[in-house]
Design a protein around this ligand. Structure first.
Ligand code: 5AD
Ligand code: SF4
Length: 500
């Protein structure tokens, strides 16, 4: 029989490829990370194994993700741990272990979680061995935890954004201790590398480059639930991207709340700036497309525009949240740019990279917003001509400065929202179709959900294209003729002349 692996004498690199069943778990857990988490994964494997022997079937885990790309990446990490612990993945929430990775950016995200928890309780009554876990941004709110303790006592495990790396350890506790386990940290400066990740797509991947946010836009809860801004070391990021490329990944999405301030925090580290980091990512062989999310307009440098303009790999897409087109409202939002400076910036980007697509986020109904303020937003939409704009009704978040400001009545918000949305749809429709008739490369992502004779992919500018094809194309970059634009997407045909 193979000898046991002693966690005291193994490098992180060896650990990542080790057979978890060979890890020696007879002693106490190591203090060092990520070794400690691998110890608990090995412990969990024993529990999962004996439980599934008892039940005569595998144990299933279901991971549900709410919210943004950051959460999607975190969910891949949760799934990586669950799979390493011996669970099989399931799409059904009627599973043995269900985990919700929550979002709290707007209140409706919270309401959805509470609504679905009721359904989980029903499943749990039928399956007494079922465990329910909650994590993510919403769990960083005191009021949420109070409500869960009071009215949702069937939840087994709750943790937040700062200690996600300890999931294996918490999972073990969940199976060995009684009662609800709640572990929420206020903040952290720790970044733990090299935990298992179960990617949703083999050919593309998110890569965290920084965590947290220091901007404190007055409506936003993110700085309170994701903590202070901290960047990951460039060597770690590049190492991860090289590993991803070796594993068949063609497209990476660099993730951060404000990627333009990458490298500034923690101060004094001598990290690269964001444009410098992009230049390094560009050199990684095998990576063909580079995306990033999200850029704050106040920090977008000329150097970034230059690097994007010169790059062969950085996608022709920039998501540049506007939030409002009214300088008066932008000031109350603490955004630190004006209507005019945003317009100048958009113009500068368009001049340097003419084929770029600009997308944005807009909030309607921020405290004090009038019809005239909304008109300013509409004016910016008409001038910039976004390819898409995500339009949100302002949601009051407890603890943010805007929550204490005088709120706008719902009726007025609705009217402005409808006017802004109509403008977005009209301008985007015109803008998106500018490539009609051209042949452009598309990275094929999946079989079309509605019609399985079609595949769905994206142009470098992020526009979706549907065209006839089969599963063998998934993960490939192919030339597609953009035959017809249907609003926000294209119908195409493969091949240079559109004949296959
Ligand atoms: N209400 C509505 N939308 C919000 N966003 C952030 N906070 C709020 C809020 N309180 C939007 C912003 C941001 C996007 C991710 O969510 O537009 O860019
Ligand atoms: Fe929220 Fe503003 Fe930070 Fe974005 S930049 S996460 S909107 S505080």
């Amino acid at each position: 029989m193979d000898s046991y692996i002693d966690l005291k004498n193994i490098t992180t690199e060896e650990l990542k490829n080790a057979d978890l069943d060979r890890i020696d778990v007879t002693g106490s857990p190591p203090d060092m990370e990520p070794h400690r988490q691998y110890y608990f994964m090995a412990k969990c494997r024993q529990i999962v194994k004996s439980e599934s022997e008892r039940l005569g079937r595998p144990l299933y885990a279901c991971s549900v993700c709410f919210g943004c790309q950051m959460n999607a990446r975190d969910s891949e990490k949760l799934l990586g741990v669950l799979r390493s612990a011996g669970f099989r993945e399931s799409d059904s929430e009627d599973a043995d272990f269900v985990i919700y990775n929550t979002c709290t950016v707007r209140d409706n995200a919270n309401q959805r979680v509470f609504g679905r928890l009721g359904v989980l309780n029903g499943y749990k009554k039928k399956n007494p061995y079922m465990k329910v876990a909650l994590c993510g941004c919403m769990m960083q709110e005191d009021l949420v935890i109070k409500k869960l303790r009071r009215s949702y006592s069937f939840v087994d495990l709750i943790f937040g954004t700062h200690n996600l790396y300890k999931f294996a350890e918490l999972l073990y506790r969940c199976y060995t201790e009684k009662g609800m386990i709640v572990d929420i940290w206020e903040d952290t400066d720790k970044i733990v590398e090299d935990l298992p990740v179960d990617r949703k797509f083999p050919f593309k991947s998110g890569v965290n480059i920084m965590f947290g946010c220091n901007n404190f836009c007055s409506y936003c809860i993110v700085p309170y639930v994701r903590g202070r801004e901290r960047s990951r070391a460039p060597e770690e990021i590049l190492r991860e991207i090289k590993e991803l490329a070796a594993d068949g990944v063609k497209e990476v999405m660099l993730l951060g709340q404000n990627v333009n301030s990458y490298g500034k925090e923690p101060a004094g580290t001598g990290f690269l700036s964001f444009p410098e980091l992009l230049r390094e990512v560009e050199k990684v062989e095998g990576i063909e497309r580079i995306r990033f999310m999200t850029s704050h307009p106040k920090d977008l440098s000329d150097e970034l525009i230059e690097v994007m303009g010169q790059s062969k790999k950085i996608c022709r897409h920039l998501h540049l949240p506007l939030q409002s087109g009214s300088t008066r409202i932008l000031e109350k939002m603490n955004r630190r740019y004006t209507k005019e400076s945003y317009l100048v910036l958009a113009e500068k980007i368009r001049r340097a990279i003419p084929d770029i697509s600009l997308t944005t986020d807009i909030i309607v109904g921020f405290p004090g917003e009038t019809r005239e303020d909304a008109d300013d937003t509409i004016d910016v939409i008409r001038k910039v001509q976004f390819d898409n704009a995500f339009t949100f009704v302002y949601s009051k978040r407890t603890g943010t400065p805007a929550a204490a400001m005088e709120q706008v009545p719902d009726g007025e918000v609705r009217e402005n929202f409808d006017r802004i949305l109509a403008c977005v749809q009209e301008t985007a429709r015109e803008r998106v179709k500018r490539f009609e008739g051209q042949v452009l490369p598309v990275l094929v992502e999946e079989i079309n959900e509605q019609d399985n004779s079609l595949v769905t992919g994206r142009l470098t500018n992020n526009t979706v294209v549907h065209f006839p094809g089969d599963a063998s194309l998934i993960g490939e970059i192919v030339d597609v003729k953009l035959v017809r634009c249907e609003g926000f997407y294209y119908i195409g045909e493969m091949g240079k002349d559109g004949n296959g």
